[in-house]
Design a protein. Structure first.
Length: 112
């Protein structure tokens, strides 16, 4: 009886794994198939944006003069607020310096 029960469980397990593998194979094969026109347009726009952002050097892609001026003004405002009069490059990651605190020795032998 126990062997028959484990065989039925094994059959269900194999059937479930087979269905999942066939489903996954269908999805993987579909990625190589031709996309519908809307999906293709979306993918083309992503590739176009990627090439434009690489040529822009990490800056804004196709900014209008008003947007460029607004971004420059905001960066200047942030520099005035946080630079303390020093020249600061806002694109650099800030550097932190932590000093080790001095600890007073504790008398561990119990004597005062």
């Amino acid at each position: 009886m126990l062997a028959r029960m484990s065989l039925s469980h094994l059959r269900r397990l194999v059937a479930t794994c087979g269905r999942r593998n066939i489903g996954f194979t269908a999805i993987a094969a579909q990625k190589t198939a031709k996309l519908d026109p809307i999906q293709q347009l979306f993918v083309d726009k992503i590739h176009e944006y990627d090439t434009k952002s690489k040529t822009a050097g990490g800056g804004l892609v196709d900014p209008s003069p008003e947007i460029g001026k607004e971004m420059h003004d905001e960066q200047e405002k942030i520099k005035r607020q946080y630079s303390d009069g020093k020249e600061v490059n806002l694109s650099d990651f800030p550097s932190f310096q932590f000093t080790e605190p001095s600890v007073d020795p504790i008398n561990m032998d119990g004597k005062k």
